[in-house]
Write a protein of this length. Structure first.
Ligand code: TXA
Ligand code: MG
Length: 362
């Protein structure tokens, strides 16, 4: 079955991480939607995988599910396709992309792995971990994708559909999250459609994703640095390494205690609606993003309530986070009050995204 996604406007919640200069600014001026165009959506399956590989070979832009969030794929060796991808997302070209590959062997063709990187790749690939590594001298990935850096971010996704597409295509595929730059990452094909229909060539619908927050990014430099908390909990990585991950300088969680540079948080992943964190009550006119079984005072006055996980399960909460933020952002509340979420496991990534959602707004 093939049906058409009609483009429509969505100014929903927005998130994109900034942890170093290239990530700091997010453009809010994507190319206008071509209303004459729509984007086909194909249900995941053999035909969709073949169509995706064909489109990628022709320089097309294809959204597909990974286990973390939906990605927007382009041939990583094709500068024209990558230029189109930056345009379609409204992403500044100095913000580099993640290259997704089939396996460690393919990854070694584009990046240099030290002992730490090998250890992490063997422990966690395929899975929700991205490694930032030095590029090989003959790295086939276009310079534009790595924003001129001599490092490259690489991921081997575990999702069946992503793996099938990578196998059918054969080469590395750059795949940032399939949202407009500055918007919340998509966890369903419908989210992709609402941001990018009319701007991209194909959406492969593999249903809602399992993890729900983007991959954890670790830079393998002199030390292993946690560049972005994400779908693989920090504790799992530290157990394999046998030591702590280092925080990047200037990070909110860094030991230096320095505040985040304003550019690192500003306007990333910001819903139109105000976001109030660590809410222990609900004020009139607020929507509530709840967590856990215990109700907060004033809940009856909430304009709407969504519970990330009534049983207090952080994995379930991560899977629901972006969809619930998108939904609550359309309910006409003046503020989304968010109950406290514990910081362990996927809670670190959830709190990171929530903090960014609230920046400049409270
Ligand atoms: O789960 C994920 O990682 C998803 C799925 C689709 O794979 N992708 C994703 O990509 O979240 P994106 O582009 O939305 O976020 C990638 C982050 C950006 O903040 C980018 O600046 C950073 O990775 N990045 C990419 N290459 C880098 C590099 N060489 N050094 C430091 N940061 C890099
Ligand atoms: Mg993103």
């Amino acid at each position: 079955m093939l049906y058409r996604a009609e483009p429509h406007s969505d100014k929903n919640a927005a998130y994109s991480l900034g942890f170093r200069t290239p990530q700091e600014a997010e453009s809010r001026t994507p190319i206008p939607v071509n209303l004459a165009r729509s984007t086909p959506i194909l249900p995941a399956g053999e035909a969709a995988v073949a169509a995706a590989a064909r489109s990628l070979r022709e320089g097309g832009l294809v959204a597909f599910p990974t286990e973390t969030v939906y990605g927007l794929g382009a041939d990583a060796t094709n500068p024209k396709a990558i230029a189109r991808l930056y345009q379609a997302k409204g992403r500044p070209a100095f913000n580099p992309l993640i290259a997704t590959v089939r396996d460690l062997e393919a990854a070694k063709r584009i990046a240099r792995f030290d002992a730490t990187a090998i250890k992490l790749a063997e422990a966690f690939w395929p899975g929700p971990l991205t490694l930032v590594l030095p590029k090989t001298s003959d790295c086939a990935v276009a310079e534009l994708a790595t924003a001129g850096l001599d490092t490259i971010a690489i991921r081997v996704p575990a999702h069946r559909v992503a793996r099938d597409i990578l196998r059918a295509f054969g080469g590395p595929v750059v795949a940032p999250s399939a949202n407009l730059s500055g918007h919340v990452s998509p966890t369903t094909a419908a989210h992709v459609q609402s941001d990018l229909a009319g701007r991209i060539d194909l959406i492969v619908d593999g249903g809602p994703v399992a993890v729900g927050v983007e991959s954890t990014i670790v830079g393998c430099f002199d030390e292993a640095v946690l560049l972005r908390p994400g779908g693989l909990p920090r504790g799992d990585i530290e157990r394999v390494l046998g030591r702590k991950l280092v925080q990047p300088p200037g990070d909110a969680n860094s030991d230096s205690g320095r505040p985040l540079a304003p550019g690192m948080l500003a306007s990333h992943y910001a819903p139109r609606t105000l976001v109030r964190l660590n809410a222990c009550n609900v004020e009139p006119g607020e929507a509530l993003l709840a967590f856990g079984p215990v109700a907060v005072s004033g809940v009856d006055a909430a304009t709407s309530v969504m519970n990330l996980s009534a049983r207090g399960d952080l994995d379930e909460a991560a899977a629901n986070l972006f969809g619930y933020l998108r939904a609550l952002d359309t309910r006409g509340a003046h503020t989304i009050a968010v109950m406290p979420v514990p910081h362990h496991g996927l809670g670190e990534a959830i709190n990171d995204r929530l903090r960014r959602a609230a920046v400049g707004r409270d």
